[in-house]
Design a protein around this ligand. Sequence first.
Ligand SMILES: Cc1cc2nc3c(=O)[nH]c(=O)nc-3n(C[C@H](O)[C@H](O)[C@H](O)COP(=O)(O)OP(=O)(O)OC[C@H]3O[C@@H](n4cnc5c(N)ncnc54)[C@H](O)[C@@H]3O)c2cc1C
Length: 342
Amino acid sequence: MTIKSTINADLTHFNTLGLPVIAPRLIEVFSVDDLFKLSRENFFEKEKPFILGGGSNILFRKALTRPVLKISISGIRVQEEDDNHVWIESGAGENWHNLVSWAVDRHYGGIENLALIPGTVGAAPIQNIGAYGVELEQVFESLEYFDLQDYLVKSFESENCEFGYRDSIFKRKLKGKVIITTVTLRLQKKNHVPNISYQALKSYLDERNIINPSIRQVFGAVIAIRQSKLPDPAMIGNAGSFFKNPVINQSAFQLLKEKYPDMPAYPLDHGQVKIPAGWLIEKAGWKGRRVGNVGTYDNQALVIVNHGGATGDEVYRHAVRIQKSVRKNFGIGLEPEVNIVE
Ligand SMILES: Cc1cc2nc3c(=O)[nH]c(=O)nc-3n(C[C@H](O)[C@H](O)[C@H](O)COP(=O)(O)OP(=O)(O)OC[C@H]3O[C@@H](n4cnc5c(N)ncnc54)[C@H](O)[C@@H]3O)c2cc1C
């Protein structure tokens, strides 16, 4: 396929919040050769494009003044295998959930807990996607990227990616400086022991008397739980969890716990404690609350929804209201998980 270009593109269907944002140009690339071609035309220097995957983790605050470059590099292949493992290389533009289904169909274990996360494979390392007790870094082997500083293709192993909780080097030092083109995962071919430590997943399986679930049973359970809890962006615009779960130190947590004995918390290393942001937002009175065209989802306070007709700035202002309210009530700052594009 050749590079596709649209002038004055409406991005409503290119962001899961469904915001009707216009970009001066939308360019879609299908291969690394397309990226080389654009660099020979000095496109990157001149235009400083915004890199887009599936648009499920971004908030466009207003109309864009620079072009949007959509990464649609496809292809899934087995790169290597040994007795126990298989290394899968996927193009950055592949749909993440399709890759998970592809692996489950072949009984390759390791990513079944990450079913139904929207977006592309190329964006998965950016925030080290995670769900139901598993994070991408646990199966991540390497990636290739197109360096926007010297226009060369390079590779990174896991240790270069500085993965953290919903975080990586690509959200910090390398933000906007690279285009991820392929991602390689190491999956389990034999004797895979699914991770069912996450309480909601464990309860779902226990209720059905599933003691030693197969990869497919875990995949099915995760899909069922997600469908019951999270809004489908095709029905109601949203970008998933809007904020990260804040991490505070043990002494700050003890003080809060005296005031709010039912406050849930997950202990981490180094005396740190993770608090569910959804609980803080709910307690601050925002669950299901609507202001104009924007609101907080009825079943999950962590998700900001577009009830129809919202602008990017309205969504942004709603997020700021929530942040201020949580800070006022609990003295805790909420950091957006969603990438805000100014
Ligand atoms: C309903 C819903 C549920 C969700 N659940 C989860 C969840 O359980 N766990 C979780 O971790 N996330 C979740 N998310 C967030 C989102 O799905 C992930 O962050 C996903 O990885 C984003 O992929 P994307 O292709 O849509 O990225 P985009 O939103 O298009 O982009 C995100 C960022 O990555 C950059 N980017 C995208 N592609 C590339 C590339 N190839 N090279 C370089 N930079 C790139 C963009 O510039 C942007 O800064 C959810 C979102 C929704 C809407």
